[in-house]
Design a protein around this ligand. Structure first.
Ligand code: G3P
Length: 217
């Protein structure tokens, strides 16, 4: 399984990248707007930090607009992936862009049928929104598991990015049911790192060492 970071905050990307656990980045219009910076400038900086797939999302709603924007995004860097919403127009754009060997990430996926359609249209990635599904009392992890089963049965090459991950439990569950990738916000990485028994264990080891040897080596 691979992990991406779901943010446009370059300080957060640098910090998690330095630990060596992420191999890609996903952004969306909300995350870019939150940084209050120019899209091109942020993307350029991200491509300098992480050498892996970086999703930048289109804004247009018509296929022709998305295709045009998608080509521009793809031109920005060899690692760019064009993020496209799961609509009929979106999938038309995915079909055209995939024929041009441009990688796509179909976003705002909430069902296994949507994921199947995206895969058949040629999507490189599909992004089921686990957290938003669970916010509305649906089982987001079951949707991820269903998508994985369908992709495997029909030998479809599309990879699942479990997105909208809000808790360490959702991350662990996405890994358990076979998401190829999870894109994780900084705050969830932070929570998932910590365990009270790890901290307690370090304290006890140090205390025992100091009791026996003082501060020596
Ligand atoms: O980038 C898409 C997704 O991860 C959004 O997450 O928390 O806004 O539902 P969220």
């Amino acid at each position: 399984m691979k992990l991406f970071i779901d943010t446009a905050n370059t300080n957060h990307i640098k910090e998690i990248a330095s630990i060596g656990i992420i191999s890609g980045v996903t952004t969306n219009p909300t995350l870019i707007a939150k940084e209050g910076r120019d899209f091109q400038e942020v993307i350029k900086e991200i491509t300098d930090i992480v050498d892996g797939p970086i999703s930048g999302e289109v804004i247009g709603l018509k296929a022709e607009e998305m295709i045009k924007e998608g080509r521009e995004i793809a031109k920005m860097h060899k690692n760019m992936v064009v993020k496209i919403p799961m609509t009929k127009e979106g999938l038309k754009a995915v079909k055209t862009l995939s024929q041009e060997n441009i990688k796509t990430n179909v976003t705002l996926v909430f069902s296994s049928n949507q994921a199947l359609f995206a895969a058949l249209a040629g999507a490189t990635y599909v992004s089921p929104f686990v957290g938003r599904l669970e916010d509305t009392l649906h089982d987001g992890i079951e949707v991820v598991a269903d998508i994985r089963q369908i992709l495997d049965i029909y030998n479809l090459k599309t990879e699942i990015i479990a997105a909208s991950i809000r808790t360490p439990k959702q991350l662990a569950d996405a890994a358990r049911v076979g998401a190829h990738i999870a894109t994780v916000p900084y705050a969830v990485f932070d929570k998932a790192f910590a365990h009270p028994l790890t901290d307690k264990g370090i304290e006890a080891f140090l205390a025992d060492w100091q009791k026996a040897f003082g501060n020596k080596g």
